[in-house]
Design a protein around this ligand. Structure first.
Ligand code: SF4
Ligand code: SF4
Length: 80
C-alpha cells in the first residue's frame, strides 16, 4: 500500500527530496506520506528511498502492503 511515518519523526527533512513521487510533505506535527502517491519506489529504485535516508527509523511499511505487481500498476498510473 504505502509507507507510513510515525510520531518519532524529528522533522529533519531528509526524506522529502528523495521521494520520486512527491509523496512526502510536512504535516501538522511530523512529515507525512500520501498513500495515494507512494509506490514504495517501485519503478524508480530497488528499495524505498525514504526508509534508506531516515536517521531515526521512524518510517515503516503498512501491514496491508500490496505486491510489487500492485505497486507497478500504481507507478504506471501515476506516470500516465
Ligand atoms: S517509499 Fe518511495 S515513493 Fe514511497 S514515500 Fe518513500 S520515497 Fe516516496
Ligand atoms: S527522514 Fe525521518 S525524521 Fe527526517 S523528516 Fe523524514 S520521516 Fe522525519
Amino acid at each position: 500500500m504505502a509507507l507510513f511515518i510515525n510520531e518519532e519523526c524529528v522533522l529533519c527533512t531528509a526524506c522529502e527530496p528523495e521521494c520520486p513521487n512527491g509523496a512526502i510533505s510536512r504535516g501538522k506535527d511530523i512529515y507525512v506520506i500520501d498513500p495515494n502517491l507512494c509506490t514504495e519506489c517501485v519503478g524508480f529504485y530497488d528499495q524505498p528511498q525514504c526508509l534508506k535516508v531516515c536517521p531515526v527509523s521512524c518510517i515503516s511499511v503498512l501491514a496491508e502492503a500490496k505486491t510489487q505487481g500492485g505497486f507497478y500498476q500504481k507507478f504506471m498510473r501515476l506516470m500516465s
